[in-house]
Write a new protein. Structure first.
Length: 391
């Protein structure tokens, strides 16, 4: 409707331009003619851009119509944003008659993540290697390069949907928006593009897209968690998406996901991170030792960042032959993703990245002894990187 009005308005202006120009020239002169020409030129430019722009939701739907089966793959240890994005894409695909499987590497350990999966009844399969991936076109959500399991480097994704910067691409569909604060906002826009109304269930028909309360609730929670309740990294898109989803959420489900029971191990790791912290000015590093719940490291980092006078934090712990590292920053001088990359750049089998406010990394070795050897100089490397000397 908006498009038709815009086109008709512009066409009308163009058709009557000569008559208007002659009239204005007789009464106002050449200056006004030039101004009108500039306005008309601008309208033409906007019209061309508008016609050429096609909502990504419609492109996605067209691509899905050519597929029979897809597998949606989240990043390792999926968070609510990744899981919400996955169930959103899965719903659109299934509405198109496409068989869909959601899979993930790693663990779902954070209490909110487990509650998300349970309360919303999300069906997800764990994989150990590329051999476990279900058949079909591969869709990566909330990351743009597969990693975190053997054989990940061999995967060729059909589609990539993400809000993190990166060079990953899908052979059939790519939508990467680093300016967004969450992947869930991107997926929410797909539903809006396709005319879905949050919470309104329509009569099932192949190709007809609705937005059930379960999916709307998941997407809203994904936005809330990835932006720390709109306090970190939220863009205009997050507010617009949340307003669109609001009428369709299930408040009871949202409350159950947001306020789950806390595992005793999580509290132990948080306490350990506080007791074992090492500080240099406003920067804090804490090695909590052996952990079984890797997600608790993120919660520990969040808690440490709340300490008075602290502006950047890194917490790390060991699980098997891998060191897991989580960082948080509210210091404009410390881009946490870049900081972790700089600190780990010379360590074998290390990988890190992230955003200005949050980053993650890991160091993997063949044996525990080798892994611990790699980590001997880790605290010093981290402090040096946070001061900018390794950037």
């Amino acid at each position: 409707m908006i498009r038709e009005v815009f086109i008709n308005l512009t066409s009308s202006v163009l058709q009557n331009f000569t008559t208007v120009a002659e009239l204005v020239y007789e009464t106002a002169g050449i200056e006004i003619i030039v101004a009108i020409m500039a306005v008309v030129a601008l309208l033409i430019i906007l019209l061309v851009k508008y016609i050429g722009k096609r909502p990504n939701g419609r492109v996605l739907k067209k691509k899905l119509s050519t597929l029979e089966r897809i597998v949606i793959l989240t990043h390792s240890n999926p968070d609510p944003d990744a899981m919400a994005s996955a169930i959103g894409i899965a719903h659109i695909a299934e509405s198109m008659g496409v068989a869909t499987t959601i899979q993930y590497p790693g663990e779902i350990r954070h209490q909110e993540n487990r509650a998300f999966k349970t309360v919303l009844g999300t069906s997800m399969e764990k994989i150990e290697s590329d051999e476990d991936i279900a058949g079909g076109a591969i869709f990566l959500v909330d990351h743009n390069v597969a990693r975190g399991f053997p054989g990940a480097e061999k995967l060729i994704p059909y589609a990539v949907i993400d809000h993190h910067p990166g060079e990953g691409k899908g052979v059939g569909f790519t939508d990467i928006r680093p300016e967004y604060g969450s992947c869930s906002s991107i997926v929410t826009e797909y539903f809006s593009d396709l005319g879905a109304v949050a919470g309104r269930i329509i009569q099932p028909k192949i190709g007809r897209i609705d937005l059930p309360r379960r999916v709307a609730t998941g997407l809203l929670f994904g936005i809330l968690t990835d932006t720390k309740n709109f306090t970190k990294g939220a863009s205009e898109a997050e507010f617009a998406a949340s307003a669109y989803l609001y009428e369709g959420i299930d408040e009871d489900s949202l409350d159950r996901i947001a306020n789950p029971e806390i595992d005793a191990e999580v509290l132990d790791i948080i306490a350990s991170s506080i007791l074992k912290r090492e500080s240099r000015g406003p920067f804090v590093i804490s090695n909590v030792g052996e952990v079984s719940n890797v997600d608790a490291l993120s919660q520990a980092a969040d808690e440490l960042l709340g300490l008075e006078g602290t502006t950047a934090v890194v917490v790390y712990g060991y699980k098997g032959t891998t060191t897991h590292i989580k960082g948080r920053s509210r210091d404009d001088r410390v881009h946490m993703g870049d900081t972790l990359q700089a600190a780990l750049v010379d360590i074998p089998e290390a990988d890190a990245g992230g955003k200005p406010k949050a980053g993650a990394g890991q160091i993997t070795a063949k044996t525990k002894k080798q892994n611990r050897e790699y980590c001997k100089e880790l605290p010093e490397r981290l402090f040096t990187a946070m001061t900018g000397e390794m950037q």
